[in-house]
Design a protein around this ligand. Structure first.
Ligand code: ZN
Ligand code: ZN
Length: 273
């Protein structure tokens, strides 16, 4: 079991597990994205509505002023609404520009930028995704962008690497692409945004069967299903993990507030809520 009085050295915490606009709007599941602490890099991937609230409610505590990295996989509002609020936290204590923001070009372009113009000036480094590009949000930690296909917006998955860190990846909102098994093959832990129970190609989202075939090709030690729609939430966590787990791969359906010790996950997976 995790020690509930402190966080592990390297961990992720699900500030939200909502998939689709419907779940976001009802808040059947929270929509705050994923907090990560990887080496010296701390921040949030896809801070959707309520991200700040979920951070402030977290036990043990985490704080927006400790953030030094913010990452958007794409501009959809359930992934981006709290970006500026958290950037305020990231830059609050510094008179000089501070922190690292990674986003897509269509999140940044003038006229329709998700990141507000006045906020851009407060940030030390802003980087734009491109397929295969590798960024260093903090010393000793790298993030690789993986091109996705998601209706009408630029979208990228992520692969984190670093000394003392297991390689872990995020498949964000996307149709299943042929090159995913190759791109994610060295991930020991993979988090998969899985909105759908059954494939619906026009929706450009991963389904449970898409996730299953990807896991069968990659065979990571651990996998977490998140960003779930109503059908998957109705199915329940136990059934999802039963359907997807493979010999050597433990699969868990994320819950709001679930924390995962990244090292523990690949050495006998133990999430805890
Ligand atoms: Zn989404
Ligand atoms: Zn989306």
């Amino acid at each position: 079991m995790l020690d509930k009085t402190r966080y592990p050295d390297n961990f992720i915490r699900f500030l939200g597990t909502a998939g689709t606009r419907f779940i976001m709007l009802s808040q059947r599941r929270a929509s705050g994205g994923i907090w990560f602490s990887c080496g010296a890099s701390r921040g949030v991937i896809d801070p959707g509505p309520g991200s700040l609230v979920r951070i402030c409610e977290a036990v043990p505590p985490i704080s927006p002023v400790d953030i030094n990295t913010l990452i958007l996989t794409h501009r959809h509002v359930d992934h981006s609404s709290d970006l500026n609020v958290l950037a305020e936290g990231m830059t609050l204590k510094s008179l000089e520009p501070r922190g690292f923001v990674l986003l897509t070009e269509d999140c940044f372009e003038d006229g329709d930028s998700v990141l507000l113009k006045y906020m851009k000036k407060k940030i030390k480094k802003i980087a734009l995704h491109s397929d295969g590009a590798i960024f260093e949000p903090a010393a000793g930690v790298s993030v690789e962008s993986v091109l996705h296909s998601h209706h009408g917006v630029e979208c990228y998955g992520l692969i984190f690497r670093g000394s003392g860190l297991p390689v872990w990846g995020l498949v964000s909102d996307t149709s299943p692409l042929e090159n995913f098994p190759e791109r994610y093959k060295d991930c020991e832990l993979i988090v998969i945004n899985t909105a759908l129970l059954l494939p619906r190609p026009r929706l450009n989202h991963m389904s449970l069967s898409d996730a299953k075939s990807l896991l069968a090709r990659i065979r990571p030690r651990a996998a977490v299903i998140t960003h779930m729609g109503n059908e998957l939430l109705d199915m329940g966590s136990g059934e999802i993990s039963r359907k997807l787990s493979l010999p050597g791969t433990k699969v868990t359906a994320a819950e709001d507030g679930m924390t995962i010790d990244l090292s523990g996950a690949v050495n006998g997976f133990y999430p805890d809520t």
